[in-house]
Design a protein around this ligand. Structure first.
Ligand code: ADP
Ligand code: 5GP
Length: 186
């Protein structure tokens, strides 16, 4: 891979990673978001190849065995992973890439892409995280509870990552994230 940069945005589900990344891509248009693969069912409105590459369990397993993933993890009963091709086709032409992934995957990227820049997004409080997960309206109550249980573990790992941004006021957090990225890209 070339020396173009990889930015890993991690943190618990519902903290606002996707929302912050939308603001980041508006501010820094040269960045591109890697489209992950997952075995979870598409939510209403999600498009294959745009929001995710939606794979069956068998297809995901086949691609793991083929070495197609830079990282992959099990999360809330489904599998998620970053396809090597998503990274390489951008890095090869010098385009910096953003990954939006959970904590286990972010740890793997730290090993496989040591110069990747990782940013952990924290909620202002656990209550705020619950409010956001419920308010997003994409997950059933049981799924929200499962994601919050996972979040409790994930929040303990914030110190493992190079940068931490607290997503309290969206505008301010987006600016903080953009400042980190600009600082790296120069
Ligand atoms: P993630 O990608 O981390 O799962 P999302 O970007 O989907 O999280 O955000 C979860 C919900 O929280 C969304 O409904 C989003 O509009 C809302 N949200 C994001 N950032 C903030 C913020 N700073 N303050 C209040 N609500 C927010
Ligand atoms: P969701 O089901 O809400 O789209 O995603 C659930 C969790 O999986 C989120 O924390 C999201 O960041 C993470 N995720 C999305 N894509 C990937 C990926 O390619 N790899 C890993 N490890 N996690 C991912």
């Amino acid at each position: 891979m070339s020396s173009a940069k990889v930015f890993v945005i991690t943190g618990p589900s519902g903290v606002g990673k996707g929302t912050l990344i939308r603001g980041l891509l508006e501010r820094i248009p040269e960045l591109e978001l890697s489209v992950s693969a997952t075995t979870r069912a598409a939510r209403p409105g999600e498009r294959d190849g745009v929001d995710y590459h939606f794979l069956t369990q068998d297809e995901f397993e086949r691609r793991v065995a083929a070495g197609d993933f830079v990282e992959h993890a099990a999360y809330s009963g489904n599998r998620y992973g970053t396809l090597r091709s998503e990274l390489e086709r951008r890095l090869d032409v010098g385009v910096p890439v953003v990954l939006e992934i959970e904590v286990q995957g972010a740890r793997q990227v730290r090993e496989t892409v040591p110069d990747a820049v990782a940013v952990f997004i924290s909620p202002p409080s656990r209550d705020a995280l619950r409010v956001r997960l419920v308010g997003r309206g994409t997950d059933a109550a049981e799924e929200v509870d499962e994601r919050l249980r996972t979040a409790d573990r994930e929040l303990e790992s914030h110190h493992e990552f190079g940068h931490v941004v607290v997503n309290d006021r969206l505008e301010q957090a987006t600016e903080e994230l953009a400042a980190i990225v600009r600082g790296v890209l120069g």
